[in-house]
Design a protein around this ligand. Structure first.
Ligand SMILES: *Cc1c(COP(=O)(O)O)cnc(C)c1O
Length: 332
């Protein structure tokens, strides 16, 4: 077992190490200037396009940093994840690239399209029970039985600093950055980027964005401790999921690095997804569109300076986009 650092001990040096470690399998993503959003906001708006990663989301960064830092022995035994979303794809993708076994534990309710996407990446699927909790339990059983390493979706120093490499890329291309807008769920993405940016300049403002309902991190921060909450239906499905009652890192780091938190209503997420298809020919999933909604709704606390919005992913069913587009054009 390697010694794991405490939340306070993770530094920007760890993010630089992550950057070096993951360079061979993770893309450096484009940062593009958005003319239409800049005009709306009255200040320069830039989009960090994590949707162009091979799996369509940023989560390969954290997964790659975690898996590449395992010992040769641990790699040979393999890795496991219990997410059907972008994290499951990321772990399977990285394992495939490295030629090591990946197990993804899922419940019997997981839709066929997601099962097939995981199978295409060569993951071994363990189908158990009918809830995400059952799948999680099975995953930790596999860890004990087969000596697999479970890759946590956010609450792990290597995962956090892997996601933080986005912060380094932002500073390189946009040293004058004033505001960054980051979709928030478990908080690995915000903790990592926040660490990289705030270690460089305390004055860069970090704004988290979530949907209105089931924003577990937000409620936990208000309560002063991690909470459990029921999930509700949302277009930002990648932002669902708890933060863990035994949260070790992201609760502390989000509290430390996040200046503001915005809650985006479902209609505004829907509008932003359609708006970006219309004006930018860009498809993004609901989670990523929360950041666009923050800009379109002029909700950012500051008046001037460059804004970067993290376009965290684009994995959405085309069939889910049709009704949004219909509503958008009807109201236009
Ligand atoms: C996982 C994910 C997020 C949230 O990341 P956390 O580290 O859990 O806060 C945001 N957007 C997309 C597309 C994701 O897959």
């Amino acid at each position: 077992m390697t010694h794991l650092k405490g939340a306070e001990e993770i530094t920007i040096r760890d993010v630089w190490e992550a950057r070096k470690r993951i360079a061979s399998i993770v893309k450096k993503t484009p940062l593009i200037h958005s003319a239409t959003l800049s005009e709306k906001a009255g200040r320069p708006v830039h989009l960090k396009l994590e949707n162009v990663q091979d799996i369509g989301a940023f989560k390969v960064r954290g997964a790659a940093n975690k898996i590449l830092s395992l010992s040769e022995d641990e790699k040979r035994r393999g890795v496991a994840a219990f997410s059907t979303g972008n994290h499951g794809l990321a772990v399977s993708y990285v394992a495939k690239k490295l030629g090591i076994p990946a197990f993804v534990c899922i419940s019997s309710r997981v839709p066929k399209a997601k099962v097939e996407a995981l199978q295409r990446l060569g993951a071994t699927l363990e189908i158990v029970g009918d809830s995400q909790d059952d799948a999680g339990e099975r995953c930790y059983e596999l860890e004990r039985e087969k000596g697999l390493t479970v890759v946590h979706p956010f609450d792990d120093p290597h995962v956090i600093t892997g996601q933080g490499t986005i912060g380094l890329e932002l500073l390189e291309e946009l040293p004058q950055l004033k505001d960054v807008v980051i979709p928030l769920s478990g908080g690995g993405l915000l903790s990592g980027i926040g660490l990289a940016l705030k270690s460089t300049d305390q004055n860069i403002r970090v704004t988290g964005v979530s949907m209105e309902r089931s924003a577990v991190m937000a409620e936990s921060l208000k309560a002063g401790k991690p909470l459990l909450m029921k999930e509700s239906e949302t277009l930002a499905d990648s932002l669902l999921g708890g933060i863990g009652l035994d949260n070790q890192y992201t609760f502390t780091m989000v509290k430390r690095f996040m200046d503001d938190l915005l809650h985006i209503p479902e209609e505004e997420i829907a509008y932003s997804m359609a708006y970006m298809m219309d004006k930018h020919q860009l498809i993004m999933e609901g989670a990523a569109a929360t950041g666009i909604a923050a800009v379109l709704g002029e909700k950012l606390p500051h008046q001037d300076g460059d804004i970067a919005v993290i376009i965290s992913g684009s994995n959405v069913d085309l069939s889910a986009l049709l009704p949004l587009l219909r509503t958008y054009f009807r109201n236009k």
